[in-house]
Ligand binder design. Sequence first.
Ligand SMILES: [Zn+2]
Length: 59
Amino acid sequence: MSNVIAFKKPKKARKSNTMCQQGHHKWDIVQEKQFDVKQGKLVTLYQCRYCKKRKTLLQ
Ligand SMILES: [Zn+2]
């Protein structure tokens, strides 16, 4: 039964935060080509899967 302990969780969160602090975010598309009323243009919304920072990209 002691074999169960061998399965260790990698410390991904800490490593990712370091990456984010260096500006290397892991961007996932939240919403593609939505209409941004403020800019009057289509934008794609991204969110970093680690630190949840968001950015938009003009189409
Ligand atoms: Zn990030």
